[in-house]
Design a protein around this ligand. Structure first.
Ligand code: 5GP
Length: 251
């Protein structure tokens, strides 16, 4: 276990952000807390934080290799990531390849309808207002982002969707939808922040459509951490699993 001198800056629903010696970086601790339904449903599940950190780190590395700017610097422990310090944009950028979840509740899509091109949606990351959906006019009027920045966010999000969908397809999973967040680095670049994990994506078995993500918890079913364990096993290499002591599964 690597101990790093740190000072708490911010506590979110599932992660803590700490100031560290290097001002250009922060330490993000992925906690074992899990929440759903606007914070109405909560639990603490051993290993969940580590699995999300390991999966996020892997996705960030793959995206970096394909030229996407991400916050990722390195993992210092299985649940602690050193990241570039970003000025976060309060948008939840949602990208959907299959119609499910809130899209089915709000609009007349067919269950599991394929969405080609993918559907992009911006929600305001704001607990007081309960994350309402935004459009470009509101985003620009609220000075959350400019028209050009929004175009750039859309372009990067679609590229991320393409890279991760292909990576997961090769491992038997469908990237059904996901939520990502961006921030500005000190040069003003738009950089992928936060996390990409089974907490923030829907991942389905390509054949059975069984889900391996937070929907298990949202539905009140058992086995959410076992499902995240399956995802870690599918996405990490054997070398990475050994390094972080991830118990190997026969998949
Ligand atoms: P939906 O709008 O169907 O509930 O969610 C669409 C996708 O975005 C899902 O993959 C879901 O996990 C993710 N998502 C949307 N809003 C949030 C949020 O506030 N927190 C998290 N962790 N994920 C979200």
């Amino acid at each position: 276990m690597t101990e790093i001198k740190k000072e708490l800056l911010y506590t979110g629903k599932a992660k803590n952000v700490y100031k560290i010696e290097n001002d250009d970086e922060v330490l993000i601790k992925f906690r074992d807390d899990i929440t759903a339904l606007d914070g109405g449903k909560k639990d603490t599940l051993s290993k969940k934080g580590a699995y999300n950190a390991l999966i996020s780190a892997k996705f960030f590395k793959i995206l970096e290799e394909e030229g996407i700017l991400t916050q990722y610097v390195k993992l210092v422990n299985e649940d602690e990531m050193i990241s570039k310090s970003l000025d976060m944009i309060p948008l939840e950028v949602i990208c959907r390849n299959i119609a499910t979840g809130s899209l089915l509740r709000k609009y007349p899509f067919h269950k599991n309808q394929e969405l080609q091109p993918p559907v992009l949606q911006f929600d305001y990351k704001n607990d007081v207002y309960h994350d309402p959906m935004l459009n470009d006019s509101i985003i620009i009027a609220l000075k959350i982002a400019t028209e050009e920045q929004l175009a750039e966010i859309r372009r990067i999000t679609l590229k991320i969707n393409e890279i991760l969908s292909n990576f997961l397809k090769e491992r038997g999973l469908i990237l059904v939808d996901f939520k990502i967040e961006f921030g500005f680095d000190k040069e003003g670049n738009i950089v992928l922040g936060d996390e990409i994990s089974p907490d923030t994506t829907r991942l389905w078995d390509a054949e059975t459509y069984e889900n391996f993500d937070k929907d298990i918890f949202r539905k009140g079913e058992e086995g959410v951490v076992d499902a995240y364990h399956v995802v870690v096993n599918l996405v990490l290499t054997d070398e990475e699993k050994e390094k972080w002591n991830v118990e190997k599964l026969d998949l």
